[in-house]
Design a protein. Structure first.
Length: 313
């Protein structure tokens, strides 16, 4: 935040609203936006509602969900308005290395692409992983950083999010005034919580964040250990956020043809709810949320194990 002037901060009604403002201001109807696959479905909902074409660049499960940069480059044309990246990621639970973020930035330099960087899970990484805010790694690529209170402070219902504008070379002057106008279209973010914001940000003890990250790390390890041993499933061990993607070797299951059928049958037969990968444009995976207490996770994983045993051939 120290590199951002106060005029470069736009408050919004949650990160969702911040994303809506950022997409509206950078993209015109008829242009296209580059979105991650797998990725958070709200990006598509917001973009398509504004007449913007969504183009999905692949993330690579075998490389901790890093971006396939060649694929990304192949999607860019003169109608590409911006790149959206989400780090750490929902649904992947991945956290990009500094080197990978720099490679993405080099590509943005070449194609002169501004970036919407959704960092709502910023700092929520564990193990040896380090979170690098994208905007700290460039002085040339203009960035609209999205974040908010929902995840880091575990208060999704309080509805305050924000955009930080990083634009050292004044490329985004019109965008800056556009955002100010768009932010005034509605009466804005929750005023009660806006008032409490300085206190929340400055005075939340570090121990609160440390405990959250510890719980997420322990739960991620538990989830990867248990689910990784179930025949028919494979896991990508998460590095951050509160999610894990679990691959289904669909050809090894009888009477289950895809991730939607897997999720539907699992909730019907075992009352365990996982979102199908299709919700993130990524078939034959399911997304696990790793925030529940360990005993609840263990119970859910035992049920998943029994469910898989019934259908695995
Ligand atoms: C990647 C990502 N971005 C943005 C949001 C929206 O956050 P908010 O609750 O602040 O609108 C979410 C919520 O799940 C998310 O996962």
């Amino acid at each position: 935040m120290d590199t951002c002037h106060q005029l470069d901060i736009v408050l919004a009604s949650g990160a969702s609203d911040a994303l809506s403002l950022a997409i509206s201001v950078l993209c015109n109807e008829g242009q296209n936006i580059l979105l991650p696959r797998p990725g958070f479905s709200l990006y598509q909902t917001l973009s398509e509602s504004k007449g913007i074409e969504c183009r999905y660049y692949n993330l690579l499960p075998d490389r901790n969900w890093e971006t396939d940069l060649d694929h990304l480059s192949s999607l860019i044309d003169d109608k590409t308005a911006c790149l959206l990246i989400n780090n750490p990621s929902n649904p992947c639970g991945s956290n990009f290395t500094r080197q990978h973020l720099e490679s993405i930035l080099s590509l943005c330099e070449i194609y002169k692409l501004p970036v919407i960087c959704d960092e709502i899970y910023e700092d929520m990484v564990y193990g040896d992983n380090i979170f690098y805010p994208l905007a700290n790694l460039t002085k040339t690529v203009p960035i609209l950083k999205i974040s908010g209170l929902a995840k880091r402070y575990l208060i999704p219902g309080w509805r305050v999010g924000w955009i930080f504008i990083y634009d050292y070379n004044n490329i985004l002057n019109e965008v800056r005034s556009g955002l100010a106008s768009l932010a005034n279209l509605i009466l804005g973010a929750n005023s009660l919580i806006q008032n409490a914001l300085p206190d929340i940000i400055m005075n939340t003890p570090q121990s609160f964040h440390d405990e959250t990250d510890k719980l997420l790390e322990e739960n991620a390890k538990l989830s990867a250990n248990v689910l990784g041993k179930i025949p028919g499933l494979h896991v990508i061990v998460p590095q951050g956020a509160m999610y894990m993607m679990v691959g289904i070797n669909i050809e090894e299951f009888k009477d289950i043809n895809n991730d939607i059928e897997f999720s539907e049958k699992l909730v019907q037969e075992e009352s365990v709810l996982c979102l199908p990968g299709k919700s993130f444009h990524y078939p034959n995976y399911v997304r696990i949320v790793t925030t529940a207490p360990a005993e609840k996770l263990n119970e859910a994983y035992q049920r998943i194990k029994e469910f898989c045993a019934r259908y695995h051939v």
